[in-house]
Design a protein. Structure first.
Length: 437
């Protein structure tokens, strides 16, 4: 991923240095297990640990691979240069390349998931804070982009909180699902290596043994992982789209924080654009790009092929690095979002009481008017507000058919905003009652 959208901690997980360090640890722990079983001499296993403080030379490994055309063999050759050829002769005993590659990938994905889970906690904390801050800040709800009925800004934040909480729960499950390792040898039969070696290595690397591998760990696990990242990215975009709408000039119910010295346009000095949430929309697309290739990686030939390998070398770092950056950017946007309650109220009242139409409709039906007639009466007056800028309540009070069913006091009562916010506390209790934060 380009540095512009990358944070150092996540980038480090996917560096060649980290990868080779994990390869080394897998090989060294496997040697220990082999020695415990009496398969290789203990002194040879101990000798491998002489390289525990070595910083493996990436350039040297690349140089060897240019000849061998095999990355794991290149690494093993370089390891022997540090340990000694005779001492290292039992390294990789009974193992195949995928034992190292697949187990390493899953270690990296687990570590990446841990960072992403911490990122999501930051997003959740920001959403919860803003939800309670604006629990009773009334704004218009919209359906199809059109004014519907009143809601609150706090409910908007709470809705996004609940969605992100579901995303976190999915990521926890995806992390658990991908946290397996395999040291099962060629075609996964353990013919040349004892299953106890796999148990030992997985325990040391923070994984569970894969119940049954072929020569690779099943890729449905990885498909689940990347699909989960894609869903979280879509939730990021869901929040971003709402903020982008609110920042439109003709809406302006909220906007991204605009810092001193910030410029919005090279041509128009007046501009304050929602650049961060537009960026988040684009980053979400990048993360979702990994989903279909991960799904297609599930179908491999027989016990092993490498059609998945080139895909994962790209999507694993790119998707996790991008999502890490996006989650942190989103948390910052939410935390600093500037909210304009007065504009929210003004927007809601733009069509002079029109958003109370359902209450009047229901009141008429409860007063004995058929639903068809009640709908006709309410819509007739509502259209005057749309088309002529009339005041909805005044039109209702002047409509003889309406006042024949409802008293002026009953009509007046239907314009009480508190009616629409009376269950906000109930909804908040549902959302936050099991809040892990």
């Amino acid at each position: 991923m380009i540095p512009r959208y990358a944070r150092p901690e996540m980038v480090a997980i996917w560096s060649p240095e980290t990868k080779f360090r994990i390869w080394y640890e897998i090989e060294a722990h496997a040697c220990d297990a082999q020695a415990d079983l009496g398969v290789i001499p203990r002194e040879n296993a101990d000798a491998v640990w002489k390289a525990k403080d070595v910083e493996f030379d990436v350039a040297r490994i690349d140089e060897i691979e240019a000849v061998t055309k095999h990355d794991v063999i290149a690494f093993l050759t370089h390891l022997a240069e540090h340990v000694g050829s005779d001492e290292a002769r039992f390294v990789h005993q009974g193992m195949t390349s995928s034992d190292v590659l697949d187990t390493t990938l899953n270690v990296q994905l687990v570590r990446a998931a841990d960072i992403l889970l911490a990122d999501m906690d930051r997003v959740l904390a920001a959403l919860k804070k803003r939800a309670y801050e604006h629990k009773d800040t009334v704004r218009i709800g919209r359906s199809h982009g059109i004014h519907a009925e009143p809601t609150t800004m706090g409910l908007t934040f709470a809705r996004f909180y609940a969605e992100m909480a579901r995303g976190k729960a999915r990521l926890e499950r995806a992390r658990d699902e991908v946290a397996t390792g395999a040291i099962s040898g060629a075609v996964g039969t353990f013919a040349n290596i004892d299953p106890a070696v796999e148990d030992h290595v997985c325990s040391k690397m923070g994984l569970r043994p894969e119940p049954i591998s072929t020569q690779v760990i099943p890729r449905d696990r990885h498909a689940m992982f990347f699909a989960t990242l894609g869903v979280i990215a879509s939730s990021i975009e869901n929040v971003a789209i709402e903020i982008r709408h609110m920042q439109r000039t003709e809406v302006l119910e909220a906007e991204e924080f605009f810092s001193p010295g910030q410029k919005g346009s090279s041509a128009m000095p007046h501009k304050r654009n929602p650049v961060l949430t537009e960026n988040l929309t684009g980053l979400a697309r990048l993360v979702r790009m990994a989903v279909i290739p991960a799904m297609e990686n599930v179908a491999l030939w027989h016990e092993r092929d490498i059609s998945h390998s080139s895909v994962e070398r790209g999507i694993a770092p790119d998707a996790t690095i991008t999502l890490d950056f996006a989650l942190n950017r989103l948390a910052g946007v939410i935390d600093k979002l500037v909210v304009y309650p007065e504009t929210m109220l003004a927007n809601m009242n733009k069509f002079k009481g029109l958003v109370m139409s359902q209450r009047v409709l229901l009141a008429l039906t409860q007063a004995g008017v058929s639903r068809e007639d009640a709908y006709r009466l309410v819509q007739r007056n509502a259209m005057k507000v749309w088309e002529q800028g009339k005041d909805f309540k005044e039109e209702l009070l002047a409509d003889a058919e309406v006042t024949a069913a409802l008293t002026p006091e009953q009509i007046e009562e239907k314009f009480d905003l508190g009616y629409h916010t009376k269950h906000v506390d109930t909804i908040f209790a549902r959302v936050f009652e099991n809040d892990p934060l």
